[in-house]
Design a protein around this ligand. Structure first.
Ligand code: PEP
Ligand code: MN
Length: 286
């Protein structure tokens, strides 16, 4: 059959079965993957407190920005190498895989040393030299959708990574820019089932950057799983009021654990394996 899509390797026409790969005993693309942690690594106490909490909930993936792409050059830019080292130490201590955003091609070696999944942020989705470099890195890549990118452009960005030799790519919807300003971005929920039809790659949602408001994280997370998402990446902080970035959209620790029974029920309906510590009492759902 002739493949008429501009992307080839990422398409369902090319490969019918879902792409799956295992990290920390979680089968990404099949099980429900949960990546949680602060927007940015701020200090040792913060990242260790959050990591310990997540590990008690049996979460396996820790997120945290070490190099932060901030709109203003005067905002906190991240702890850089020290941030990556703290993530690695906390990840090793609490049995968590480390997910962190890489902004430049020159940092691939450093990220390969400290992180397990390399995140490409919305602002870098079309940084083609970086995508090609990540294709050769051998590390799984979490590819955010560009805030002004079409689904086709997003899938073509993934094509850059796969055609450069790396098929361990996770796509992440994180909202796009529209005229609406009441939420930080507009989550394109339809993109989730559509991309699942067009591509064999796992698709997750970031409800934190997507909404900008912590009270919306739970309903939108549930909607994403119902729509077919393979997982979520959620910002969680031990003291969101004190956070150096994205405090308003970061969940309190107990708010995060309260989300889990609800997600479990939704994952169950979709036959997604879910092994986080969450009470299975349906009466606890809210
Ligand atoms: C983030 O995850 O903190 C982040 C900056 O994400 P995005 O690239 O989606 O804005
Ligand atoms: Mn953030």
């Amino acid at each position: 059959m002739v493949n008429r899509k501009p992307y080839q390797l990422v398409s369902r026409e090319w490969k019918k079965e879902d792409t799956t790969f295992e990290i920390k005993g979680v089968c990404i693309g099949k099980d429900l993957v949960m990546i949680a942690g602060p927007c940015a690594v701020e200090n040792r106490e913060q990242i260790f407190t959050i990591s310990e909490y997540l590990s008690k909930l049996n979460i396996k993936f820790l997120r945290g920005g070490a190099y932060k792409p901030r709109t203003s050059p005067y905002s906190f830019q991240g702890l850089k190498t020290e941030g990556l080292q703290l993530l690695r130490e906390a990840g090793d201590k609490y049995g968590l895989a480390v997910v962190s955003e890489i902004m430049g091609l020159d940092k691939i070696e450093e990220f390969c040393e400290y992180a397990d999944i390399l995140q490409v942020g919305t602002r870098n989705m079309q940084n083609y030299p970086l995508l090609k470099g990540l294709g050769k890195s051998g590390k799984p890549v979490l590819l955010k959708r560009g805030m002004s990118s079409t689904i086709e452009e997003w899938l073509l960005a993934a094509e850059y990574i796969i055609s450069s030799g790396n098929d361990r790519v996770i796509l992440c919807e994180r909202g796009i820019r529209t005229f609406e300003t009441a939420t930080r971005n507009t989550i394109d929920i339809a993109a989730i089932p559509l991309v699942k039809l067009l591509s064999h790659l796992p698709v997750i949602l970031d409800p934190s950057q997507g909404t900008g408001l912590r009270d919306l994280v739970k309903p939108i997370s549930l909607a994403a799983i119902a729509a077919g998402a393979d997982g979520l990446i959620i910002e969680v902080h031990n003291q969101p009021e004190e956070a150096l970035s994205d405090g308003d959209q970061s969940l309190y620790l107990d708010q995060f654990s309260d989300l889990l029974p609800n997600l479990r029920a939704q994952a169950h309906l979709r036959k997604k394996h879910f092994d986080f510590e969450a009470s299975y009492e349906f009466s606890n759902l809210s």
